[in-house]
Ligand binder design. Structure first.
Ligand SMILES: *[C@@H]1O[C@H](CO)[C@@H](O)[C@H](O)[C@H]1NC(C)=O
Ligand SMILES: *[C@@H]1O[C@H](CO)[C@@H](O)[C@H](O)[C@H]1NC(C)=O
Ligand SMILES: *[C@@H]1O[C@H](CO)[C@@H](O)[C@H](O)[C@H]1NC(C)=O
Ligand SMILES: *[C@@H]1O[C@H](CO)[C@@H](O)[C@H](O)[C@H]1NC(C)=O
Ligand SMILES: *[C@@H]1O[C@H](CO)[C@@H](O)[C@H](O)[C@H]1NC(C)=O
Ligand SMILES: *[C@@H]1O[C@H](CO)[C@@H](O)[C@H](O)[C@H]1NC(C)=O
Ligand SMILES: *[C@@H]1O[C@H](CO)[C@@H](O)[C@H](O)[C@H]1NC(C)=O
Length: 476
């Protein structure tokens, strides 16, 4: 009920390794149980109980009755016990529930009608159920009731009003009748609630847009793995370009979430998942930019014009004197994110096509450079956002082709390093400081969140604070 991957591009059937894992600990389950208990208590005190009607056989025929206008006057709602049931789901036990109501009653036996008010109390109501958690045929989380047992300890009734021997017989039989009726009604009621919950889960999309052109496929890769101490749900966690969906051309590696019991939830995001995001950006054509002189800050010594490039490419200002230039930069490979203990590195590989712009705005192709550059840094989580700070590592540059003849790239490389350090890196860090919001359900806030960068994956440990309802009645 909380918030939630095809590897080689080859046609071979791919083994779905999870790119995202979510683990809920016993502490998390206890917290969620508390929230739902509080919520259920409140709901019980404020909901209108529908009228009940039926008949009680008093030996010489049936007395038809209706009990209506029921008002809850007192509820003793003990803390239910909800535990992980290994390899199955959740074992739920609620024992010692008591509820007292006042109501109106009316009876009819043949032509004889009677009525009055009623105090009714049920004591020691017990419900025990095993809920099964699994993966449905659409690879979504599913929940169903595997077993359910309900028992009512004792029923107390006190009728006010009513007269006659027949009605006395009815009043004597009524508690037993109500006891049986309640016992028979509890499990179907619970099942109905679980079916409602299942409906909410089934309406959840496992595939959704994270951006107008990017899709995240977060279908379950297997049934939830349930142990007595925790439950782990594995998700595919692969990003795709909406218009050009392609499987990432690099393999996904499974990873093990660290066993850390101090927090309610642990979220694992693999390096593969992050790289599939980068690959989806590449296939969606998002990793390209045209750089013109007007985009370079006024105070920068570097200018995008043919005169500025004269010292590095002597023939350029001779062939295209005093013209502005345009750089078409596009990633030729997806950026590669590599996660190591406590650090992250980012390798960008791009082609840069340079043009001279003449005064009729015609573009004259000049040359193409291959550029790779590496950054590394740290990530952290704050305000429910993933943030980071990167530093420049190194850069390689080579001339891939030229329309103006060959030239030395050594000095050009220094200019590129300057551009990376003073132009690109501050922009990247600005973006990382704004942060990427973590996908959270409505009503769920993260507290005491810790991020660890491990070899091959990110681990986010967190407690949560839930303000129910997590879903509204209309969504059911
Ligand atoms: C699921 O996706 C469909 C189509 O993209 C969308 O109309 C619907 O609102 C989504 N449902 C939820 C619960 O996000
Ligand atoms: C998501 O991935 C699963 C498993 O690979 C696949 O069966 C499903 O069709 C995908 N969903 C979409 C909408 O692409
Ligand atoms: C960059 O400029 C080229 C040539 O003018 C154009 O075809 C391309 O669409 C532009 N790309 C972007 C991202 O603006
Ligand atoms: C080109 O850049 C130089 C500085 O390097 C500047 O003096 C010159 O005015 C620029 N020319 C154009 C056409 O912008
Ligand atoms: C640029 O404009 C001048 C007139 O302003 C013209 O004489 C010249 O031929 C133009 N050059 C190009 C390359 O179009
Ligand atoms: C770039 O720097 C990283 C780490 O500092 C190093 O591992 C890598 O080999 C360097 N690459 C080049 C091309 O120098
Ligand atoms: C430049 O990059 C392209 C595409 O990655 C590659 O095909 C080409 O061999 C590279 N050229 C040089 C000189 O590195």
């Amino acid at each position: 009920m909380m918030l939630l991957l095809l590897l080689l591009l080859a046609p071979q059937a791919s083994v779905a390794q999870p790119g995202v894992k979510l683990m809920m600990s016993s502490k998390g389950l206890d917290y969620v149980t508390n929230v739902i208990t509080g919520w259920a208590q409140e709901k019980l005190l404020t909901t209108d109980i529908p009228q009940i009607s039926g008949k009680v056989n008093i030996g010489i025929g049936s007395v038809y009755y209706v009990v209506y206008d029921m008002k809850v006057v007192k509820v003793d709602y003990p803390q239910p016990s909800v535990k992980f049931e290994e390899n199955a789901g959740l074992h739920m036990e609620l024992c010692g529930l008591s509820i007292a109501v006042t109501a109106e009653w009316r009876t009819k036996y043949g032509l004889i009608k009677d009525g009055g008010t009623l105090d009714l109390a049920l004591f020691d109501v017990c419900v025990e159920s095993l809920l099964q958690l699994g993966k449905d045929d659409q690879a979504r989380l599913s929940v169903s009731t595997l077993t359910c047992k309900a028992q009512v300890g004792r029923v107390y009734t006190k009728f006010h009003g009513g007269a006659g021997i027949l009605i006395q017989a009815f009043m004597d039989l009524f508690p037993g009748h109500i006891k049986a009726m309640t016992e028979n009604a509890i499990c179907p009621l619970l099942e109905k609630e679980i079916v409602n919950l299942e409906g909410v889960l089934a309406a959840m999309n496992v595939t959704y847009h994270v951006d107008p052109s990017l899709i995240l496929n977060n279908s379950l890769t297997s049934d939830p793995v349930i142990q007595t101490s925790d439950m782990e749900v594995d998700f595919k966690g692969v990003f795709y370009s909406e218009w050009n969906p392609m499987e990432p051309p690099f393999p996904s590696k499974d990873f093990m979430l660290p066993c850390e019991t101090g927090h309610m939830f642990t979220l694992g995001i693999s390096q593969f998942c992050l790289n599939s995001y980068a690959y989806a950006c590449l296939t969606a054509g998002l990793l390209q930019i045209n750089v013109t002189d007007s985009m370079i800050p006024q105070k920068s010594p570097v200018r995008l014009n043919t005169s500025y490039f004269g010292p590095f490419i002597p023939q350029l200002p001779k062939m295209f004197p005093n013209m502005l230039m345009k750089l078409q930069v596009f990633a030729d490979e997806a950026p590669a994110v590599s996660l190591q203990m406590d650090s992250l590195s980012l390798l960008l590989s791009a082609a840069v096509k340079a043009y001279a712009i003449d005064n009729t705005t015609t573009l004259h192709p000049l040359f193409t450079l291959n550029l790779t550059t590496q950054f590394s840094g740290k990530l952290n989580i704050a305000n429910e956002k993933l943030m980071g700070k990167m530093g420049f590592d190194n850069l390689t540059l080579s001339l891939a082709s030229s329309e103006i003849g060959t030239f030395q790239t050594t000095t050009l490389k220094n200019v590129a390093i300057m551009g990376m350090k003073n132009g690109f890196l501050p922009k990247l860090n600005e973006m990382l400081q704004r942060g990427f919001p973590l996908p959270l359900m409505k009503g769920v806030a993260l507290v005491k969140t810790v991020l660890q960068v491990q070899k091959g994956f990110l681990a986010v440990f967190s407690d949560v604070q839930i303000s129910p309802p997590l879903y509204t009645e209309e969504e059911l």
